[in-house]
Design a protein around this ligand. Structure first.
Ligand code: B12
Length: 215
């Protein structure tokens, strides 16, 4: 593993907030000099570090409290560098983002911020269960729904979402993302999604591509 990621993991696992801050700040400064954005640092440092910590917990090397605190620290770091909204909003399909069923919120927050910073206006539905989500989608006349699912049971609920919308005759483009889809490349098709994004930047690319195709 990259020494910077390893150092960041060590700082998170030992709850050394000052060291985590220092490594993150240094990565942000370095990225700025190289013309990369803070979101690139989130993708290149925070995501792999949290994945590694999740793996450590899975293998029994780390306690859930370490995973939890690492997630909290990273949430706060990400909050500091999220890009401001772009006032020059783009014409676009009515869209929303939601965390379906589970409680992993960080990925959604990053994708939402990235979309807004790229000029998209979208609803943030927060965390929802299926029946409520179906009603909200229809009431808001959505054309695109972005679903963040970090646990396999949540990812599988996208299938039920698609079936419920089909039963109501409601056409909706669904983009999914999160750990289960990263672990299994075929899962997004199996659950009836229209696309899968590996990170926040891909979310922007996918919707932009759909808008261009519809012109
Ligand atoms: C931090 C963390 C937690 C924290 C969450 C804190 C918070 N407020 O979010 C806490 C400790 C609370 C937690 C709890 C649990 N967790 Co947890 N957790 C993680 C961990 C380590 C990192 C997740 C994270 O925040 N990553 C950083 C963010 C930035 O990355 P991301 O979410 O992947 O998002 C990026 C991309 O995926 C993508 N993306 C995400 N969503 C979307 C959506 C769209 C539309 C697009 C285009 C892109 C996109 O873009 C994002 C930014 O680039 C993962 C490990 C992993 N590999 O993901 C496990 C993991 C997700 N957790 C797991 C589990 C099992 C649990 C628990 C059940 C543990 C337990 N036994 O209690 C609970 C369940 C809680 C619940 N009911 O939801 C499992 C899920 C396994 C599975 N396949 O079902 C994982 C994969 C760990 C593992 N390897 O086993 N967890």
């Amino acid at each position: 593993m990259d020494a910077e990621i390893q150092g960041f993991c060590d700082a998170l696992e030992t709850l050394d907030r000052a060291r985590a801050d220092a490594i993150f700040d240094e990565a942000i400064s370095k990225a700025a000099l190289e013309g990369r954005s803070p979101i690139d640092v989130v993708t290149a440092l925070i995501m792999p570090a949290l994945s590694e910590i999740g793996r450590g917990w899975h293998e029994g090397a780390l306690a859930l409290s370490q995973v939890y605190m690492s997630g909290r620290i990273c949430e706060q770091l990400v909050e500091q560098v999220l890009p401001p909204s772009d006032p020059d909003r783009k014409r676009q399909p009515r869209s929303a983002i939601v965390v379906l069923h589970d409680h992993h919120m960080l990925g959604k927050r990053i994708v939402y911020a990235m979309m807004r910073a790229s000029g998209f206006e979208l609803f943030d539905y927060g965390r929802m269960e299926l029946p409520e989500l179906v009603e909200r989608v229809i009431a808001d006349r959505l054309r695109v729904l972005m679903v963040s699912a970090l646990m396999l049971p949540s990812a599988l609920k996208v299938r039920a979402l698609r079936d419920a919308l089909d039963a109501r005759g409601y056409p909706l483009k669904i983009i999914v993302g999160g750990a289960p889809f990263l672990m299994d490349n075929a899962l997004w098709r199996e659950v009836g999604a229209d696309a899968m994004g590996r990170d926040a930047a891909e979310a922007v690319t996918i919707i932009t591509g759909w808008m261009e195709a519809a012109r």
